[in-house]
Design a protein around this ligand. Structure first.
Ligand SMILES: [Zn+2]
Length: 401
């Protein structure tokens, strides 16, 4: 079989996916005997896509795995930190710093940025959907819109951003959870009859598979839901994937289904809504009776965050290009309102606008290519995200969505 259109892990580690101008620059620097010239590089962004006020930093663990063995020290704010791009005084707030000989890591810039920009975009979008769902249950179903080689990264990022579950077995494996799913239209169409399909699914799906079925392939949602409830004793949920052409008011449709299932005594059967959902439509369905949202394209196709890597120090001297602030900077954050600032002094004492003392939140993650911090589980990182999202959710002033 011929090779698929993907880079292998070895290709990435060997720098084959870098922009070629880095490779050419390194050749020049080596010719000038500058292989050992040490620099400090910071990672930041000038602004965020779509007017987002904050982003969830994601992808750090993968970057650490990429950088292992290279002659660098790496510092960063913990993965899963809700981060703001700029201080109110103007400087960008770096979320990661790499120190070492430029020639020792420069060729990795493309890959490092790609990991961070993409993962953080997906995690942030998932976090925004989580807040739109009033912190309710959310599942990431969007892998089909992206290249399959990215499925584990997409699933991990969506989960860290706040999704409760992911669809691909490989992604689920990476985060240490079971893959989640319901029933596709194809199964109902193959069997040709909804009731027979529900029966067959209940008879043949493994015992541990949640009994959740799709009720709108041929039937009206309300009658399909009641039919599913009658067919599968102990049914856990029904999925509504009503097509756009039939949607009218999806909210009213869901309310009616909930009402009729309750009337028939099926209070425990949950309603899962899917189909083109995004932050706005999730928000509009709040309180309609939806118990879980399956979100696809809007999370997997999240805008990428435009992080950049900039040299801010060379052989101990501050340096930067036009438009950037020079010098090694340390990120500080208010533990109460999550506002951020920077200082050139890691031991600085800074107060937030709210009067609370800010904390320096950068940690050392790698020394000369060896990790100095313990790798955190995806669950642990996700819990950190959820804690911050609750703070944002509960604080109307910060909730600029
Ligand atoms: Zn504060």
């Amino acid at each position: 079989m011929e090779r698929l259109f993907i880079a292998t892990e070895e290709d990435i580690r060997q720098g084959k996916t870098m922009d070629v101008y880095f490779q050419r620059s390194l050749a020049v620097l080596k010719a000038l005997d500058m292989e050992e010239t040490r620099v400090k590089a910071e990672f930041s962004a000038g602004s965020l896509p779509a007017g987002w006020p904050w982003a969830v930093i994601c992808g750090t663990e993968e970057v650490l795995r990429l950088m292992e063995g290279l002659p660098v020290d790496l510092y960063g704010i913990p993965e899963g930190t809700v981060w703001r791009p700029r201080s109110s005084r103007g400087p960008r707030i770096p979320f990661m710093n790499i120190e070492g000989p430029y020639c020792g890591f420069g060729e990795m810039e493309t890959s490092i940025l790609g990991m961070l920009c993409h993962s953080s975009g997906v995690a942030t979008k998932a976090a925004r959907c989580k807040i739109a769902a009033e912190m309710g249950h959310l599942m990431a179903f969007g892998n089909r819109r992206m290249h399959p080689a990215l499925a584990p990264m997409l699933d991990r990022s969506a989960y860290i951003g706040g999704c409760d579950g992911v669809a691909s077995p490989l992604g689920a494996d990476l985060i240490g959870e079971e893959a989640l799913g319901t029933v596709p239209h194809a199964l109902i169409l193959m069997i040709g009859d909804e009731v027979k399909a529900y029966q067959a699914f209940n008879d043949h799906a493994h015992t541990g598979v949640p009994r959740i079925v799709l009720v709108d392939t041929f039937s009206d949602e309300r009658f399909g839901a009641l039919e599913a409830c009658r067919t599968i004793p102990g049914l856990e949920g029904i999925r509504l994937d009503t097509p756009g052409s039939r949607r009218g008011s999806f909210r009213e449709l869901i309310q009616e289904v909930r009402w009729e299932m309750d009337m028939a005594g099926h209070h425990n059967v949950k309603i899962i809504a899917t189909g083109g959902l995004d932050e706005d439509s999730i928000s509009k369905l709040q309180g309609s009776g939806v118990d879980s949202f399956g979100v696809g394209t809007s999370i997997s196709n999240a805008p990428t965050v435009d992080f950049s890597m900039d040299l801010v120090e060379k052989e101990g001297d501050p340096i930067s290009k036009r438009g950037k602030f020079s010098g090694r900077k340390y990120p500080f954050r208010c533990p109460v309102c999550l506002l951020m600032d920077v200082s050139l002094d890691r031991d600085d004492e800074m107060d937030c606008q709210c009067g609370t003392a800010m904390e320096m939140i950068e940690v050392k993650m790698m020394e000369n290519g060896l990790r100095t911090s313990v790798a955190e589980s995806a669950q642990h990182i996700r819990n950190r995200v959820l804690e911050q999202l609750r703070m944002i959710h509960d604080n109307d002033n910060n909730r600029k969505i």
